[in-house]
Design a protein around this ligand. Sequence first.
Ligand SMILES: NC(=O)c1ccc[n+]([C@@H]2O[C@H](COP(=O)([O-])OP(=O)(O)OC[C@H]3O[C@@H](n4cnc5c(N)ncnc54)[C@H](OP(=O)(O)O)[C@@H]3O)[C@@H](O)[C@H]2O)c1
Length: 226
Amino acid sequence: MGKVFATLSMSLDGFVAGPDSRPGNPLGDGGTRLHEWLYGVETWRARQSIAGGRTNQDDDVVQENFARTGAYIMGRRMFAEGEVGWPDPPPFRAPVFVLTHTPRDPVAKQGGTTFTFVTEGIDSALAQARKAAEEAGDKDVQISGGADTVRQFLDARLLDELHIHLVPLVLGTGVRLLDGVSPDIGLAPTRVIDSPQVTHLTYRITPSWTGAPRPRRNSPTGNAER
Ligand SMILES: NC(=O)c1ccc[n+]([C@@H]2O[C@H](COP(=O)([O-])OP(=O)(O)OC[C@H]3O[C@@H](n4cnc5c(N)ncnc54)[C@H](OP(=O)(O)O)[C@@H]3O)[C@@H](O)[C@H]2O)c1
């Protein structure tokens, strides 16, 4: 079975969008600076049908994420912001499952992107996305955001990996990624890619926080203990 991973750009103070995010003001006030590293790379631009762009470590990361993804899940607020700006064909080129409480007919776009609106919650969205990803050749499911959606997958322990693209930027206010997530969540760092504009951090999610390794010391009886 494929993996379930979330990937988001985050400010150094923990925000994935600035204040007043809405259709017409995607990512909120000042929030598009979170994605500046992304907008310039070749793979992202190609998915927007724009020629050119940088090929560097950031581009490799974007390429890897697109290649492994067979289906996407996102929250309705992310979708509503993107819907007005994504080109046709949209960048996904795969089935997208949108969580919402308001039923809506599916939307099919060019290039293989379909938007299916799921009103039965994260388990249903994940079952549908897993099936689509499997049919795409045993690929993975990407949780694209926003924060509310990722938090639910984290809390339900349905996420295998969290990918944070940490941008050296202080937003001060807006939509925080990890507010309210259980402090018991276990995060095992598995990869760091450092590039000039952004640091790409990958964490494997473990069932619970097991504590940082502590130095061993000798007990009075001579037995090593932790
Ligand atoms: N920095 C990044 O990489 C990044 C990535 C993605 C998004 N973003 C930004 O994040 C912001 C949006 O994040 P957000 O946390 O406000 O919202 P969100 O997660 O995008 O969407 C929340 C909405 O999804 C629906 N939803 C979520 N869970 C549901 C469930 N279990 N059952 C039914 N519906 C459910 C509800 O829609 P209804 O109200 O329709 O019921 C809810 O209002 C946007 O500004 C976006 O641009 C940033």
